[in-house]
Design a binder for this molecule. Structure first.
Ligand code: NAD
Ligand code: DAU
Length: 356
């Protein structure tokens, strides 16, 4: 079996759902259920015996030791993190605690367990750390996309904490020989994305008749990848990636924020036209910029494409259509997230499976 951390969040939940749709190998899902953890994302596998949910913290060393001893995983996939840049600017401490200290404890628990294995099991074991393109800093227009050799130049408390965790993972391989893999992915979008992030926020605000807040001039560039393509890349790196290596993941899809919001408005104009015939674009407002706002990210994914033969299944046009359609088809998920009701639902629904 494998341990997945942060599997009740956006990408982790997509990963667990896809994993169990493709494999019979069980998943132990360790998640602290912060505001970003939502077990409604996993409602479709609620009765699935292959999914064991544990409510807990990756920084809880005794809990980790117990879980490793009890479940004897062949791999750990670490999604657990504080992930929102704006929150990191307002309150950096939680980011250092989970992203740095939490990763340290997960590495240490993995190392202790891995050291106790027979040689063959040791060789097969993997610790896959899920990270971000933001560790590489910000690109100027025309500069080549980030390769795995690009220096680390993190600019926000979030990206600095992720960069620190990437360095820990590297050091645990170099010093102790732990068989690690690291992935650095560009911006994801898709189902179950928490509506504090650009794409779901814009869809939900547009439908609610609220302003669509664009930071600064809206000309910042992000490189967008459909979440299930990120998950397929992680599965390939886990199975066939070279130990100790890092792999960039991205779909060669750079877009300005303003273009992204324009395309969302275009789809909503087509599928949910406003009664007065005007476009949702009228709701766009320009607001104060994010402090230290990175101007451009772009991922060079050739290593992953050439070494492992990975390719994304979605184009941005097809992925965005799926995403907007998903939010239109899941008003209850949106309402529960907005009201906070998903937290109550979690307590009642999962009380028995929670260890902590
Ligand atoms: P998210 O915020 O949606 O989910 C994070 C999950 O981790 C939540 O379920 C939360 O409850 C859990 N968690 C937080 N602290 C924890 C702790 N101490 N112990 C156990 N669980 C904890 O994040 P996401 O967007 O799904 O991102 C997942 C990972 O992918 C993160 O490591 C992030 O840095 C990375 N990443 C995200 C993107 C993106 O565009 N969202 C892109 C590249 C990489
Ligand atoms: O690049 C990968 C990273 O992408 C991940 O590591 C992070 O976890 C993830 O949150 C994301 O970070 P960003 O800061 O790029 O994503 P966010 O959705 O917060 O913002 C995307 C862009 O849109 C960014 O330039 C800021 C801008 N923005 C965002 C919000 C929420 C706005 O203009 N208005 C908004 O209201």
């Amino acid at each position: 079996m494998i341990i997945v951390t942060g599997g009740a969040g956006f990408i982790g939940a997509n990963f667990v759902l896809d994993w169990l749709a493709l494999n019979d190998e069980p998943v132990l899902n360790l998640d602290k259920l912060t505001y970003a953890g939502n077990l409604e994302n996993l409602a479709s596998i609620e009765q699935d015996a292959r999914h064991v949910f544990v409510h807990g913290d990756i920084a809880d060393a005794p809990l980790l030791a117990h879980l490793f001893a009890q479940h004897r995983p062949r791999a750990v996939v670490n999604f657990a993190a504080e992930s929102h840049v704006d929150r990191s600017i307002k309150g950096p401490e939680a980011f250092v605690q989970t992203n740095v200290v939490g990763t340290l404890h997960l590495l240490e628990a993995s190392r202790a367990y891995w050291s106790s294995l027979e040689k063959e099991e040791q060789q097969a074991f993997r610790f896959l750390h899920v990270s971000t393109d933001e560790v590489y800093g910000s690109l100027e227009p025309g500069e080549p996309a980030f390769t795995e050799q690009h220096p680390f130049e993190p600019n926000s408390p979030y990206s600095a904490s992720k960069a620190a965790s990437d360095h820990l993972v590297r050091a645990w391989h170099h010093t102790y020989g732990l068989p690690v893999l690291t992935t650095n992915c560009s911006n994801n979008y898709g189902p179950y994305h928490f509506p504090e992030k650009l794409i779901p926020l814009m869809i939900i605000n547009a439908l609610a008749g609220k302003p669509l807040p664009i930071y600064g001039d809206g000309q910042q560039i992000r490189d967008w990848l459909y979440v299930r393509d990120h998950c397929s890349a992680i599965r390939q790196v886990l199975e066939r990636g070279s130990v100790g290596e890092t792999y960039n993941i991205g779909g060669w899809n750079e877009q300005t924020n303003l273009d992204i919001v324009g395309q969302i408005c275009g789809l909503l104009d087509e599928w949910r036209p406003l009664p007065d015939g005007r476009s949702y674009r009228q709701q766009i407002v320009f607001v104060k910029d994010r402090p230290g706002h990175d101007r451009r990210y772009a991922i060079d994914a050739r290593k992953l494409e050439h070494e492992l033969g990975w390719k994304p299944a979605e184009t941005f046009a097809s992925g965005l259509r799926k995403t907007v359609a998903w939010y239109l088809e899941h008003p209850d998920w949106v309402a529960n997230v907005q009201s906070g009701a998903y937290r109550t639902w979690m307590q009642t629904q999962y009380a028995e499976t929670a260890l902590a």
